[in-house]
Write a protein that binds this ligand. Structure first.
Ligand code: PEP
Length: 240
């Protein structure tokens, strides 16, 4: 079993003032479990300054697959390391669905992040139509193979996030989560953390974290509410 990890994905939320309050509350309240927050690019300096020397790591939500050059609007992995990022989300379903990121692009971003010394949090998951068609394992295997065919997974983190459970309030049942995590576990080294993400809240986190092949969570909406994120971290800590 891996030590649990809880990661907050702030998505495109926050302001300097709101972040100050949230980060302060997290520093005071998150204890005894590895945790991180993935913040919007403009707030990386703020996160670095506030979280430096604390137990909470920080990271970004996206990275360019390119090292440098004429890529207007993009941010390279090397730039993220200058802000002390440990983690970066790669292949989040919102990137895949809204911005058309393919498996190949997600794999190239993974390689760029890893090459710069970052730990990618590689997100995979099926849509509701794919689940209903009985294609969940095929889809997550294909998404994962795009990376494994190109790089070693190393100390990267895998996050299973069924698309239909993200931001919908609809969580996968513990049986559904364990079935996919068990499938993924067989394909990964025992040391790879496999997080679950998708409407994790204080009232369902304990049941999900208790599952044998779940090593923590990737938390969206509840990561913006200090008391909820702290409570979820507390439930992961009990697993550790
Ligand atoms: C996410 O964005 O990765 C996520 C899991 O969001 P939520 O917890 O809001 O479903």
């Amino acid at each position: 079993m891996c030590a649990p990890l809880v990661v907050g994905n702030w998505k495109m939320h926050g302001s300097l003032a709101a972040n100050r309050a949230l980060l302060g509350a997290l520093v005071a309240g998150v204890q005894g479990v590895e945790s991180a927050v993935c913040v919007p690019f403009p707030y990386l300096a703020q996160a670095a300054e506030r979280l430096k020397g604390t137990a909470i790591a920080w990271g970004a939500q996206n990275v360019s697959e390119h090292a440098q050059g004429a890529y207007t609007g993009e941010v390279s992995a090397a730039m993220l390391t200058e802000f002390g990022c440990r983690y970066v989300l790669v292949g989040h379903s919102e990137r895949r669905q809204i911005y058309g990121e393919t498996d190949a692009v997600a794999a190239a971003k993974f390689a760029a992040a890893q090459g710069a010394g970052l730990r990618p949090i590689f997100c995979i998951g099926e849509t509701l139509a794919e689940r209903d068609a009985g294609r969940t394992e095929e889809v997550v295997a294909r998404q994962l193979d795009a990376v494994l065919g190109r790089c070693k997974f190393g100390d990267a983190v895998l996050a299973y996030e069924p698309v239909w459970a993200i931001g919908t309030g609809r969580t996968a049942s513990p049986e559904q989560v364990q079935a996919v995590h068990g499938f993924l576990r067989k394909r990964m080294s025992a040391a790879t953390r496999i997080l679950y993400g998708g409407s994790v809240k204080p009232d369902n986190a304990a049941a999900i974290f208790a599952l044998p092949d779940v090593d923590g969570g990737l938390i969206g909406g509840a990561a913006l509410v200090a008391k909820d994120f702290i409570a979820i971290c507390g439930m992961a800590q009990r697993k550790g």
